[in-house]
Design a protein around this ligand. Structure first.
Ligand SMILES: Cc1cc2nc3c(=O)[nH]c(=O)nc-3n(C[C@H](O)[C@H](O)[C@H](O)COP(=O)(O)OP(=O)(O)OC[C@H]3O[C@@H](n4cnc5c(N)ncnc54)[C@H](O)[C@@H]3O)c2cc1C
Length: 493
């Protein structure tokens, strides 16, 4: 039996802790905040409830596997609900499409009906190709430890390489397979699920809409934060010691490998450390070990992922036509990516607006109110030449600006707001130690990005990484896969 210390109780940290406890290790978790879950959280106030991090749950198979292998079924622990219909998209030219929650063919038919028959045919072909990409990459890449380019050696067949098209961007794939520019815009948006720019992110990200449409869009009754509660319960049932309000300031090492962590000036010895904290923070701030320098430099060379500007709106009355997930696209989507990833980062003037408004009785005070989680992609908080999101008045005036744009795009909610709260990238940095408020650690900008992500096994023996800033990436499904990879690298006690 090894003593394992997990730094951080995000979804990745808790999932790894549960898997390692089942493998017979003695596991302690240190979490700096006063609650578990990290970015995964449901905020409740006055009968209104908002998922302030993940609001769309995909690929439940990952958490089904986790719960089953650590005790009992997922469905016994959370109220898993299919979202149907799932998405309402409004384009800048006024056209709209409502997409079902599951089945690529039904989604293609809905797109065809709204945007024209060519789009149905195009989207079917795209999802067909994306399905092939998914089957080729799931096991060797997403569910295996990272080993540089060698990770993709199982795909050495030329036909497989052509399917993945590692030299193509998501935008390039969209332009080559979709004749309607609105469908290209729709596909572009999936790059932002990994915090990236569709003009640089790899074509293989077409697997993101494929997974959403093939395996469904899901909600958890009461909010996605109930997953954090379920993960915590599972860990406690397995004897994991969880300490909240405990800040790990150092990971200690010797010539052999890790020796423990320092919390509040006190050294806690262990044989294995699993860091769920941001990988950049681990290599730059928590660790002082020459074996980690190369990994630290590799993170420095990567683009950081985009951040998010969040509005929580307690809304009076019901909004006609509102779906569970809603997106209002701007006229010029590229301006959003230039504003975020360009040389002169600035809040996006005319952004895509995402609203999650679950029709969930546990998330609103009564039938006559709605809880709106509004998310706008944003440049990270950066006091050195970037956007200072703490600048007096900026958050409030930007929130007003967003509500004005939404009104111009046909949904005026301004005189129905009972109260509102604003969360900036600086707030996310403060609350869960996400540097700059970046949602996903490093972005997938460029063909090498996926292979340059911090690996789950660090160069320091005994130190492992888990979670959205390490392999295979961010978002709840990949974070869950990351926990599985890390736990299997560590192995049984
Ligand atoms: C606004 C927003 C919207 C999102 N939307 C979606 C979505 O719809 N669907 C989806 O699947 N995903 C979504 N995501 C992404 C998803 O939330 C994350 O990828 C996932 O929750 C990350 O989990 P994690 O375990 O990697 O890390 P985190 O949740 O970041 O947890 C890391 C934990 O480590 C703790 N920690 C850090 N440093 C220390 C230290 N030194 N000592 C002790 N503790 C420390 C932090 O406090 C934190 O609790 C969204 C995220 C955000 C912010």
């Amino acid at each position: 039996m090894s003593r394992v210390i997990v730094i951080g109780a995000g979804a990745g940290g808790l999932a790894a802790a549960a898997r390692l406890a089942v493998k017979g290790h003695s596991v302690q978790v240190f979490e700096q905040s006063h609650r578990v879950g990290g970015k995964l959280a449901t905020y409740r106030k006055g009968g209104f409830a908002f998922d302030t991090g993940p609001s769309l749950f995909t690929l439940p198979a990952v958490y089904r596997d986790l719960f089953l292998k650590t005790g009992s079924s997922f469905e016994e622990e959370v109220d898993l609900q299919e979202v149907e219909p799932a998405f309402g998209y409004r384009f800048a030219d006024g056209s709209e499409v409502t997409l079902p929650g599951v089945n690529p063919a039904r989604c293609a038919a809905a797109l065809g009906e709204a945007l024209g028959a060519d789009t149905e045919r195009d989207w079917r072909a795209l999802m067909d190709r994306a399905g092939k990409m998914w089957r080729l990459t799931r096991e060797p890449f997403l569910q295996s430890p990272l080993d540089g380019w060698k990770t993709l050696l199982p795909l050495a067949k030329p036909a497989d390489v052509r399917t993945i098209a590692p030299w193509s961007t998501l935008r390039g794939l969209g332009r080559s397979m979709l004749s309607d520019p609105r469908a290209v815009t729709l596909l572009d948006r999936y790059a932002t699920y990994t915090g990236s720019d569709p003009r640089k992110a790899p074509a293989v990200l077409a697997t993101v809409p494929y997974v959403e449409q093939e395996f469904g869009a899901w909600h958890l009754g009461g909010g996605l934060g109930t997953l954090a509660d379920a993960l915590e319960r599972r860990c406690l049932d397995l004897g994991v010691d969880i300490h909240t309000g405990t800040d790990v300031t150092n990971i200690t090492t010797n010539d052999v490998g890790v020796t423990g962590v320092v919390v509040g000036g006190e050294h806690h010895a262990c044989e294995i450390v699993v860091a769920n904290a941001d990988a950049g923070t681990v290599y730059h701030d928590l660790l002082d070990d020459p074996r980690a320098r190369k990994a630290a430099r590799s993170i420095d060379r990567s683009d950081t992922s985009l951040a998010g500007f969040v509005l929580l709106l307690a809304v009076r009355g019901r909004t006609p036509g509102l779906q569970h997930h809603n997106v209002w696209f701007p006229e010029n989507y590229d301006d959003e990516f230039d504003s975020i990833f360009g040389r002169d980062p600035r809040p996006v003037e005319d952004p895509a607006i995402y609203v999650c408004a679950p029709d969930d009785p546990l998330m609103r005070p009564d039938e006559d109110h709605e809880s709106w989680f509004v998310l706008i992609n944003a440049p990270r908080h950066d006091l050195e030449g970037g956007v200072d999101w703490t600048h007096a008045g900026l958050a409030d005036s930007y929130a007003d600006h967003i509500l004005d744009i939404l009104a111009r795009r046909g949904t005026d909610v301004r005189n129905r707001i009972v109260w509102r709260e604003v969360r900036t990238p600086a707030d996310l940095e403060d609350s869960v130690r996400a540097p700059g408020g970046s949602i996903y650690g490093t972005a997938s900008n460029g063909p090498r990005a996926a292979f340059a992500r911090p690996a789950n096994r660090s160069p320091v023996p005994g130190l492992f990484l888990v979670g959205g800033s390490s392999h295979p990436g961010g978002g709840l499904p990949l974070v869950g896969m990351s926990a599985e990879i890390t736990a299997s690298l560590i192995g049984r006690a």
